[in-house]
Design a protein. Structure first.
Ligand code: MTE
Length: 297
């Protein structure tokens, strides 16, 4: 596997896999007690967990809004075969099987900090390929300015969809230059293993300088367009979740500060650190030259 863009972190920085899988449990423990005491208590409580238990905390509203709903319910989603439609302003539109689509993509491991909008972060070893390679293969047309993404809507296996807990399909979007940036990847695995269904199998977006909720899961449609696409969290609360959602320590969430974050794992595993502009990926700053990132949050 090729390794590029890994200069920020070394393997020693990777959040241990049990903590990645358990981060919401760890954070739940931290919320109730003093930060360290709670984390230690949660961590100790995690040691005997089974695989089933430790993949129990996710956000994937198609399977329900509870943290255990995705792992309880996502098992019946069939992710192989999987089809993705690429349409809109492209020269080569169509519906492709995932295996055909990724056959000539260069798979890489990327070690990225994952900064959740809830003010915690981890370092994750994703497996995937650059979205730019896919968009080049699709033949983005000169009029295209944005890329829209859509998650599968499978009422038979998605209880959250059956209950209409939010408006489905779950949708996300990027500006075309953001989508073409070499840091933007489509992930098919974590820790050299295929994504679990509740983690967004078989393919999910990862944009490391943006808050984690931009990483739309289980993608079935990618549309090149000439207008800014709607995004699910922006539709739910535009005051709290903007289209850009770049990690920015100077723009607080209306209900909490974004100036710092809890680092899960690594040494003292819940130490706090200052949040970095663009989540520590300054190479993307030029994408936003001349923009006011306070109003374009
Ligand atoms: N994608 C879809 N299709 N549905 C969702 O509900 N939740 C988002 C994002 N992608 C979500 C989604 C949110 S709010 C977060 S924080 C991350 O997925 C959570 O990813 P994780 O469960 O792997 O931590």
């Amino acid at each position: 596997m090729v390794n590029r863009w890994n200069n920020t972190f070394t393997r020693a920085d990777i959040t241990p896999e049990p903590l990645w899988l358990n981060r919401r449990a760890v954070l739940a423990g931290m919320a109730g007690a003093g930060a360290l005491g709670g984390a230690v208590a949660a961590q100790e409580a995690l040691v005997p967990n089974t695989w089933e238990e430790i993949t129990t905390y996710n956000n994937f509203y198609e399977f329900g809004t509870g943290k255990t709903d995705p792992s309880d319910n996502a098992g019946d989603m069939v992710t192989d075969p999987w089809e993705i439609t690429i349409d809109g302003l492209v020269d080569n539109p169509g519906t492709f099987t995932l295996s055909d689509l990724i056959a000539d993509m260069t798979m890489e491991e990327r070690l990225y900090r994952f900064r959740c909008v809830e003010a915690w972060s981890m370092v994750i070893p994703w497996n995937g390929f650059e979205l730019a390679d896919l968009l080049e293969k699709a033949g983005a047309q000169s009029g295209a300015t944005h890329v829209a993404f859509e998650t599968a809507v499978l009422p038979d296996v998605m209880p959250g969809v059956r209950r209409n807990v939010i408006d489905f399909p779950y949708v996300e979007g990027l500006r075309l230059d953001e989508a073409m940036h070499p840091l933007t990847i489509m992930a098919t695995g974590i820790y050299d293993r295929p994504l679990a269904n509740q983690s967004g199998a078989p393919i999910r977006l990862v944009v490391p300088w943006k808050y984690g909720f931009k990483s739309i899961k289980s993608i079935v449609r990618i549309t090149l367009t000439d207008e800014q696409p709607a995004t699910t969290w922006n539709k739910i609360s535009d005051r709290e979740y903007g289209f850009y959602s770049n990690v920015n320590p100077e723009v607080d969430h209306p209900r909490w500060s974004q100036a710092s974050e809890r680092m899960i794992g690594g040494g003292l595993f819940s130490s706090r650190q200052d949040t970095l502009m663009f989540n520590g990926y300054p190479e993307v700053a030029s994408l936003y030259d001349g923009m006011d990132l306070t109003t374009n949050y």
